[in-house]
Design a protein around this ligand. Structure first.
Ligand code: FBP
Length: 551
């Protein structure tokens, strides 16, 4: 394989660990804290998780030297969308295993959870692992979106674990994957398997967090990558002064990515889905805000600007939310019949018959491309694949219509020329920033400490992240602590509660206090590219979100 100069240098980078994890492994002990409760629906969740409910939070400290470690064999899975740093979770886990005992082994199940079910794996070696240190991507073993959720799947997983004599399985994933990790842990315990299950918080979306998990990995690098690109576009816009750029950024539900990019780049407008839902804003209301900024800026002679749109926005606009929920039901309940329809006309009149009058009206006034995108295949969780819906184009078309009217009435004399962009996949496999390289390596290393301590149903926790890595803390949290009951496929199911943007939180409040000025004036800021080498003040900075949340 031909290596880029950066890749060669990144191989040499030694990720930073919290002080406690730098100690001799045999001298690190687990300190147990308070027993935990789930975030809500405690009684019901306690009944569903009799073996793993109420476990205690754990932190690591220096303790008495233990006897020589026994041999440990572990398996690891990457689950869901790529996030920068996934390779370092695995290298950290591998290094800790080997440091504790050279005879410990690590298996990597290929292509996500399906690798465990199909017993498709590789055994890691030093040479293999070294090729992936500090690199982006999940290509070390691949990832997948198969859900580990049925009793049949758990049975197979248990057989595979027994066949290999696995002491533990580490699942690196988002809220759904960690939900399933906790259910698997409960199943193993209930069925007498000694195989432990440990989760790791992954997702660029940043929505797997709470008072203990400060951020999921990958958010830092992905938002820095998008912010660099947005800053570059802002500078181009400010140079040419002739385009309005509409930039949609990834983030399936929560708008953390959009908000962080806005804090980094100060665009003219940024929509936050959670606010759109709370204020029950329609598509017309959203377009009106853009029009207001376009008209004001035009009066100042500025016929250019930048708007950030979270990819999940469309699902938070109440009228579209209702439409999508009806479409999901219609498509799930009539799957065979719907998939048998060939022409667009057939599909359209099928929806006319099945949707409520109100929702069909919303559907019918959408541009044809958006209508088609809304009828595309669902993901394995039955959700619309929002990354494939071009919401930015929809907003542009409504804004254009409104501006035409204003022109006709003489209220607006400017020029409006719009360009659209989507930043998603560009950020998911970037070389991890120093923060993500360090954080992920620590998460993996720490996952081994939880395995060694005999814990199961825990998520690896590295905290105090707004401080330098030497001050980071290491520990574990029972995954069930994050559970509540939510309606899924017509039933109440125990799942991790997704962390949406808190409209009372400091990051949103900071943004809200400045956005009126940004909408009218040009206040762009240009973050530039991620820096891997140079002053710490540039290379080791975390996100604005993390800084504000912990200030
Ligand atoms: P995870 O939650 O699995 O980490 O993935 C998040 C995400 O990157 C979203 O931002 C995006 O909507 C989605 O994955 C895209 O999915 P896919 O990779 O299947 O196109």
């Amino acid at each position: 394989m031909e290596l880029s100069p950066l890749q060669k240098e990144r191989y040499k980078y030694q990720p930073k660990l919290p002080e406690i994890l730098k100690k001799d492994i045999s001298a690190i002990v687990a300190v147990e804290g308070e027993a935990t409760e789930s975030v809500s629906d405690q009684q019901k969740i306690k009944e569903l998780f009799p073996y793993t409910y109420g476990m205690r939070e754990v932190s690591f400290a220096i303790g008495e030297q233990c006897a020589k470690e026994g041999r440990i064999k572990a398996g690891v899975i990457l689950s869901g969308g790529q996030a920068p740093g996934g390779h370092n979770v695995i290298t950290g886990l591998y290094d800790a295993l080997k440091k504790a005992n050279r005879e410990n082994t690590l298996l990597g199940f290929r292509k996500g959870p399906s690798g465990l079910l199909e017993d498709d794996y590789i055994e890691f070696t030093d040479e293999y692992i070294d090729e992936y240190r500090n690199t982006g991507g999940f290509d070390i073993i691949g990832s997948g979106r198969t859900k580990l959720e049925t009793a049949d799947q758990f049975k197979i997983a248990m057989k595979v674990a027994e066949k290999h004599g696995l002491n533990a399985i580490v699942i690196i994933g988002g809220d759904d994957s960690n939900t399933n990790a906790a259910i698997l842990a409960e199943y193993f315990k209930a069925h007498g398997s000694g195989c432990q299950v440990i989760g790791c918080p992954k997702t660029i979306d940043g929505d797997l967090k709470n008072d203990v998990i400060e951020i999921s990995f990958g958010f830092d690098t992905a938002t820095k990558t998008y912010s660099e690109l947005i800053g570059n576009i802002e500078r181009d816009a400010n140079s040419a002064k002739k385009y309005w750029h509409f930039i949609r950024v990834m983030g399936r539900s929560a708008s953390h990515i959009a908000l962080e990019c806005a804090l980094e780049t100060q665009p003219n407008l940024c929509f936050i889905s959670e606010e759109v839902e709370q204020k029950e804003m329609s598509l017309e209301d959203i377009a009106d805000q853009v029009v207001s900024s376009v008209v004001k800026r035009s009066a100042n002679g500025d016929n250019f600007g930048v708007v950030i749109i979270p990819e999940g926005l469309i699902e938070f606009v109440p009228e579209v939310k209702k439409l999508i929920s009806e479409l999901n039901d219609v498509m799930a309940l009539n799957e065979k019949e719907f998939n048998g329809l060939e022409s667009w006309e057939e599909k359209y009149s099928f929806m006319e018959k099945k949707l409520s009058k109100e929702s069909f009206k919303v559907f019918s006034i959408l541009p044809l491309d958006i209508e088609k995108q809304l009828l595309m295949d669902r993901d394995p969780h039955g959700n619309v694949q929002v990354s494939r819906i071009e919401t930015e184009k929809l907003i542009i078309s409504i804004v254009e219509r409104k501006l035409r009217k204003l022109k006709e009435s003489g209220e607006y004399k400017g020029k409006f020329s719009a360009l659209n962009h989507f930043f998603g996949y560009e950020g998911r496999c970037a070389f991890p920033s120093n923060f993500d390289a360090d954080y992920c390596y620590s998460l993996g290393y720490n996952a081994f400490m939880l395995i060694r301590g005999g814990y199961t149903g825990y998520i690896s926790v590295i905290s105090n992240l707004s401080k330098p890595a030497t001050k980071w803390k290491a520990g574990g949290m029972p995954i069930v602590k994050m559970f509540n009951l939510e309606q899924r496929h017509g039933e109440k199911k125990p799942v991790i509660r997704k962390a949406l943007v808190d409209l009372e939180g400091k990051p949103f409040r900071y943004f809200a206090s400045r956005r009126a000025e940004w909408a009218e004036k040009t206040c762009f800021t240009y973050p530039g590219a991620i820096q891997y080498y140079g002053p710490e003040s540039v290379c080791d900075i975390t996100t604005r979100t993390l800084k504000l949340e912990h200030s």
